[in-house]
Design a protein around this ligand. Structure first.
Ligand code: SF4
Length: 407
C-alpha cells in the first residue's frame, strides 16, 4: 500500500484494509478531526473504481485535492457553476436564474467558452490539473479558463468519467437536477460515494430546501401578468393569500392544495419562465453573453420552490418573519438521502461525530458496517497532547457563512 507519509497513524492502515475489503457496501467510518480520514478514504478506493467525494462547502475541497495529489490519484473538482463561470465573474445572481441563463446562452451558441470545449481535448484539462500545484478549487477553475479558454464548469465536470476522484459539494450528489446538469454522461451507479461530515445527513433540511417570501410571490404575479400570463398570475393568488395569513414565527405546516401548489401550476410556471426568459434573451441578444447571464426573475425561485414542494418526501411550512412571511419546502423524511445512497456502487460515510450505528442505520435505512477508530484501535490523540480552547460568540451556523462557500 503506497502512502505519501513515512508511516501511518494508529489504525490507519487497518482502516484502509477494512474499508477496501467492503467496497460496494455501506461503510460508516468514525475518527476524530485531524486523524487523516481523507487519506484513508482515498487509499481505500484507489485503483478500484471512480470515486465521487462529497464535501459540504467549497472550502473543504482543497484538503481532498491536496491528498489526491500526494497519493498520485487523478482528480477533478466541481462546485458552483455560478462561481466558476468566467462570464458571470462572481456577480450575485440566484442559482436558478444563472442555470437557466447558462442553458439558453449555450443553446443559442452565445458562450465562447462553451463553444471552445468542442476543439479542446479533455486530456488537456486533465494534464493542467495534474501539473498545477494549486489546491483551491476556485483558482483551479480560473487556471482552466486562463490557459485553455474553455468553460471551467463543463470541462472539469466532463473529467469525471476519466479521473479517479471527482470532488464535489453536496448538491452535486443530493440534488438530482444539479447532478444531471454537471454529469450528463455518467450515472451515479458508476461511482463509489464518499460523504465527508456525514453527520450532516441527519438533518436533510440543511442539504435540500427551498424558500420564497411574500414579496417574491407578488413580484412573480406582476411579472406573469405583464408578460401576458394573466390566468397563471391569478392561479398564484391562493399562494399569496396563504402567505398573507401567516402570523406565527414558528414553522406551521401548510397543505399544498390550500396554497394552490399543484403539479399543473408547476408545469405552467416552468413553461412560462422558459418562454419569458427566452424572449428577453432574444430581445437583448445584442448586449452579449456578459449581460445575458445576469438576467433575473422572481419566477425562477418560485419554480424551484414548486418543484421541491411537490416532492412526496417534502412538506410545506409557513413562518412569519419580522417584516414579511416565508414558505419553506423541506424534506420531512430521509428518502432523498436514502435514494441517492442506493444509487451508487458503494458508500463510505465519514465523520468525527457520526451517530451510533443503530441511529445511522435507521437514517439511511440500511445495515452499515461501522468502524469507530478509537473504539477499535485506541485513542488517536493521547490526552497529554490534546489542548482545549474556549471561544465566545463563535458559530458554525450556515446562516452566518459567506454565500461564496456553498455549492
Ligand atoms: S457554459 Fe458559459 S455561461 Fe455556462 S457556466 Fe460555462 S462559461 Fe458560464
Amino acid at each position: 500500500m503506497s502512502s505519501p507519509y513515512t508511516s501511518f497513524r494508529k489504525g490507519q492502515r487497518e482502516s484502509i484494509e477494512f474499508i477496501r475489503s467492503r467496497l460496494g457496501s455501506l461503510v460508516a467510518f468514525k475518527a476524530p478531526t485531524g486523524y487523516g480520514k481523507t487519506l484513508v478514504a482515498l487509499l481505500s478506493h484507489l485503483g478500484r473504481g471512480r470515486v465521487l467525494y462529497a464535501v459540504r462547502t467549497r472550502n473543504e475541497m482543497a484538503p481532498v485535492v491536496r491528498e489526491a495529489r500526494r497519493i498520485g490519484a487523478s482528480f477533478t473538482v466541481v462546485f458552483s457553476g455560478r462561481r466558476m463561470c468566467p462570464i458571470l465573474r462572481g456577480a450575485e445572481v440566484e442559482a436558478e436564474d444563472f442555470w437557466l441563463n447558462c442553458r439558453l446562452v449555450r443553446l443559442k451558441g452565445m458562450c465562447p467558452y462553451y463553444a471552445n470545449l468542442r476543439s479542446t481535448l479533455l486530456r488537456e484539462v486533465e494534464e493542467l490539473l495534474a501539473r498545477s500545484t494549486l489546491t483551491d478549487p476556485h483558482r483551479l477553475a480560473e487556471a482552466v479558463t486562463r490557459e485553455l479558454s474553455v468553460c471551467p464548469f463543463f470541462s472539469l465536470a466532463g473529467l469525471a468519467s476519466r479521473v479517479d476522484v471527482t470532488v464535489v459539494t453536496y448538491p452535486y450528489v443530493f440534488d438530482d437536477v444539479v447532478y444531471s446538469t454537471a454529469f450528463q454522461d455518467i450515472g451515479l451507479d458508476e461511482f463509489y460515494l464518499v460523504v465527508d461530515e456525514a453527520h450532516t445527513l441527519l438533518n436533510p433540511q440543511s442539504v435540500i430546501s427551498s424558500s420564497i417570501d411574500l414579496a417574491h410571490v407578488r413580484e412573480s404575479r406582476r411579472e406573469l401578468a405583464g408578460a401576458g400570463y394573466a390566468d397563471l398570475s391569478e392561479s398564484l393568488r391562493p399562494l399569496e393569500e396563504a402567505l398573507s395569513r401567516v402570523a406565527s414565527d414558528r414553522l406551521v405546516r401548510v397543505r399544498r392544495e390550500e396554497a394552490g401548489i399543484t403539479p399543473d401550476t408547476d408545469r405552467a410556471l416552468e413553461e412560462a419562465l422558459y418562454e419569458v426568459r427566452l424572449a428577453s434573451l432574444e430581445a437583448l441578444a445584442g448586449l452579449g453573453a456578459e449581460y445575458l447571464v445576469k438576467l433575473t426573475s422572481p419566477l425562477s425561485k418560485l419554480v424551484k420552490f414548486y418543484s421541491l414542494a411537490l416532492e412526496e418526501f417534502a412538506g410545506v411550512y409557513a413562518q412569519a418573519t419580522y417584516d414579511s412571511a416565508e414558505l419553506h419546502a423541506l424534506p420531512i423524511s430521509y428518502e432523498p438521502i436514502r435514494r441517492r445512497l442506493r444509487q451508487v456502487r458503494g458508500v463510505l460515510l465519514m465523520s468525527g461525530t457520526l451517530p451510533p450505528k443503530p441511529i445511522l442505520d435507521k437514517v439511511v435505512s440500511a445495515e452499515s458496517t461501522y468502524l469507530d477508530v478509537e473504539e477499535s484501535y485506541g485513542r488517536v490523540f493521547p490526552r497529554e497532547r490534546v489542548f482545549y480552547a474556549v471561544y465566545a460568540k463563535l458559530t458554525t451556523s450556515y446562516a452566518y457563512r459567506s454565500t461564496r462557500m456553498f455549492m
